[in-house]
Ligand binder design. Structure first.
Ligand code: S3P
Length: 210
């Protein structure tokens, strides 16, 4: 294929020096927050690749530590035991190097986890509407909270309960029904804008020192 016909790769820290400069400011983990089906893992993984950072999925870490699936943890030990494990695993991940961390939908609802995330990381809420969440979660049956009853009604209730708390995140990006690469670019832009604003604030604060 002639060079001019080749699809140009989406901008990344490797190809776009502006992105690279912004990404250099990223000295903390990025924690993906949002309801089941928002795309925390799939977008988080792509974001990490764009930033040349490691990616880790907290749910997968919990399963590895427990030696069984999340559904089995819920069944055998109950939700409270799962939440304890989740809090411990996320605290451990936040001690690690800067990386993109996808969390389960309930993790950020825990006040201690939220406090730790706000101290050590950048919280990024992938906000999705009910239709999108219902459609995406219907493709898999591995989520204990959606196993009984009407999944759409459960997701609707969780949106009412959780969205006011997710709104405490540092960055909010809408995750609608569009190709994941498009959402990833929107996330990347929102993150770099946030880092720019943080840097401006720091520069202004330094300028007002006596
Ligand atoms: C949960 C979300 C799940 C998983 C567990 C509980 C929740 O993760 O942690 O089933 O409380 O919303 P995903 O959001 O990755 O599906």
């Amino acid at each position: 294929m002639p060079e001019s016909e080749q699809a140009s790769p989406s901008p990344s820290v490797h190809t776009d020096p502006t992105l690279h400069a912004g990404a250099d400011l990223l000295d903390r983990p990025v924690v993906m927050v949002g309801l089941m089906g928002a795309g925390k893992t799939s977008i988080g993984r792509r974001l990490a690749a764009q930033l040349s950072m490691p990616f880790v999925d907290a749910d997968a870490e919990i399963e590895a530590a427990a030696g069984c699936t999340i559904a089995e943890i819920f069944e055998r030990h109950g939700e409270a035991a799962f939440r304890d494990g989740e809090r411990r695993v996320i605290a451990r991940l936040l001690e690690g190097p800067p990386q993109v961390i996808a969390t389960g939908g309930g993790a950020y609802m825990d006040a201690a986890t939220r406090a730790l995330v706000s101290e050590r990381a950048i919280a990024l809420w992938l906000r999705a509407d009910l239709d999108t969440l219902t459609a995406r979660t219907s493709r898999r049956s591995n989520r204990p909270l959606l196993k009984d009853g009407n999944p759409r009604a459960t997701l609707d209730r969780l949106m009412q309960e959780r969205y006011p708390v997710y709104a405490e995140a540092d960055i909010v990006v809408d995750s609608q029904d569009c190709p994941p690469d498009e959402t990833t670019q929107a996330v990347l832009k929102a993150l770099l804008d946030y880092l720019d604003r943080q840097q401006d604030t720091a520069v202004n604060a330094a300028g007002t020192l006596p």
